[in-house]
Design a protein around this ligand. Sequence first.
Ligand SMILES: C[S@@+](CC[C@H](N)C(=O)[O-])C[C@H]1O[C@@H](n2cnc3c(N)ncnc32)[C@H](O)[C@@H]1O
Length: 229
Amino acid sequence: MSHFDQIAEQYEHLIKKDGNVRFDYIMDQLEEAGGVQGRRVCDVGCGPGELSAMLADKGAHVAAADSSAKMLELARRKSGKVTWLEDDAMRLGSIPDGTMDFVVSSLMLMDVPDFMAVFRQSHRILAPGGMMIWTIMHPCFQSPFSHPLDEGGRKVSHYDAQYWKSHGRGTIRSIVGSYHRSVSDYINGFQEAGFELVRTDEPLPDIPPPRVPHWFCAVGKSKPARNSN
Ligand SMILES: C[S@@+](CC[C@H](N)C(=O)[O-])C[C@H]1O[C@@H](n2cnc3c(N)ncnc32)[C@H](O)[C@@H]1O
């Protein structure tokens, strides 16, 4: 059982309030890369399925993987066109090598102990030249060590890689915790796993300053695996 089972309904409720704005970056980058009509897309850590369902509606062949049976139960209600897979993002055992044109991952890399395994598996399932697009909560500003200030900015006190749980009662992060890592850990790891970095972005929220980004986002192109001979 995944610990995300406990918060699946709470999470779905929470994100309903925010709308699907958190997927804008991934959707824009897919469009920039030629669109998804007829393309094979894997949504890694699909959660309650909104992004996968949107992609399927745009004509993509979508395989969506999540380790939480409860999240997948909610996701199945959103679309009958997606292949929903109960699978660990660090293994992706149900997806054969080289069978995807795109891998997308929205706000889930902070939830796995081994983010390198997710990058390596994503690289394995991509066809040559395929792309991975991922977003995370911005590790500089969205962490337990970053505290909101009255005027709208944030004060950051630590930037060390560590697993943390929030102290709030019944909040999502008090139940499932999160792995805090630096931007450089992610970017170096992404490249070491076989991706050529195409771009990174830190979209700013549409509010008056001072404002800090909620998300850190990256796009990479799969390079051929190194020959081990
Ligand atoms: C914060 S939610 C994000 C869900 C969705 N992508 C979104 O943006 O709304 C993180 C998701 O990652 C999933 N997850 C966590 N660890 C995982 C793992 N090892 N393998 C697959 N999915 C995992 C959780 O079950 C959860 O659905």
